[in-house]
Design a protein around this ligand. Structure first.
Ligand code: VAH
Length: 320
């Protein structure tokens, strides 16, 4: 069996779906601290209510299902963690430590844990940020992700745990609503365009950030997890890239389909977070070690996002 912790989140929801398509659906256990808004999560396979900070409950679930793989995705994202630093640190850090410790205790074959470009900080080289470089994150989220990477490397070195990780750029998808990320303007903007509403962007128009379409993120995750262990040379976390764009560029890409769509700019506290992150990523190690190759660029993603959001128009509830 496979256990997905944080299955209701932007990545968790789609990873659970992808895993249930690839394996027998009833072998993929979806777990989250809250009941899913999307009924299919608990209709298509097993669902467990789980707070990853509740270690006895986590141990009971691992003992019951004896998963071969654990995907641990539960965390507070950058903007949310910046507003709740204590809880952000506790959930992101203690949650990971609970998973790593119990994975060793129950001999779980593989663990996946997402890191982020947020591990880089204001003094990191911003263009083509290298795999190995200066890393002084200035957000609680980034600090927790950098510490998490170090713990993953420690558990691999000291317990032989096959834990693998990717430094995701901003992820864009149409199946879930944004969950407190600084890059989530790039999700919101499509919903507004499809609803025929103007969009007020919380970042400046020329703020370049590394981004990736969800299908590419899912492909990278499954390619990484299925690569032979000897190909995985980096046990902190792999840089992963696909494209970089600014709010002005994604607006122009949308306007090629929706000519009347309008965007205004009103930067808020998330601008400082975005300014501390790279503009583009050097992911040559992922390409060398396990054959990473993205498929979606801005125009291809935009066409796909707008197509699916127009199809889903009535269902996409604005509930947060
Ligand atoms: C966030 N989407 O904005 C997440 C991600 C690189 C950004 O970590 O916090």
């Amino acid at each position: 069996t496979i256990l997905v912790i944080g299955a209701c989140g932007q990545l968790g929801f789609e990873l659970t779906h992808a895993l249930r398509q690839r394996y027998a659906a009833d072998h993929v256990i979806a777990a989250d601290v809250r009941r899913p808004q999307q009924p299919e999560l608990q209709e298509a396979g097993p669902f467990e209510l789980l707070d990853v900070l509740d270690r006895p409950r986590l141990e009971a679930i691992i003992d019951q299902y004896r998963p071969k793989q654990i995907y641990h995705l539960a965390a507070l994202l950058s903007a949310t963690a910046e507003k709740n630093p204590e809880f952000g640190w506790r959930l992101n850090m203690d949650g990971l430590l609970n998973v790593l410790d119990l994975a060793v205790k129950y001999k779980v074959a593989q663990v996946y844990w997402p890191s982020s470009i947020a591990v880089f900080g204001p003094d990191t080289p911003r263009q083509n940020t290298p795999q190995l470089t200066i890393m002084n994150p200035s957000t609680v989220y980034g600090i927790s992700k950098l510490a998490g990477e170090q713990w993953c490397e420690w558990y691999h070195k000291n317990h032989g745990l096959d834990v693998r990780s990717l430094r995701y750029p901003g992820l864009i998808s149409y199946k879930t609503l944004p969950g407190g990320g600084t890059t989530d303007y790039a999700v919101d903007i499509y919903h507004k365009a499809v609803a025929g509403q103007p969009y007020e962007c919380f970042l400046q128009k020329d703020t370049y950030l590394p981004m990736m379409y969800m299908p590419d993120a899912l492909k990278a995750t499954l390619d990484l997890m299925h690569a032979p262990a000897e190909q995985i040379k980096i046990r902190s976390s792999y840089n992963l890239g696909a494209m970089s764009f600014s709010p002005a560029e994604i607006t122009a890409a949308i306007q090629r389909h929706e000519p009347d769509f309008e965007v205004t700019y009103k930067p808020d506290s998330r601008q400082q977070i975005a300014d501390s992150w790279p503009a583009s990523i050097d992911d040559s190690r992922a390409r060398q070690d396990w054959g990473w190759q993205p498929e979606f660029d801005l125009d291809k993603m935009t066409a796909d996002m707008l197509l699916h959001l127009h199809q889903a128009e009535p269902q996409v509830a604005e509930s947060r």
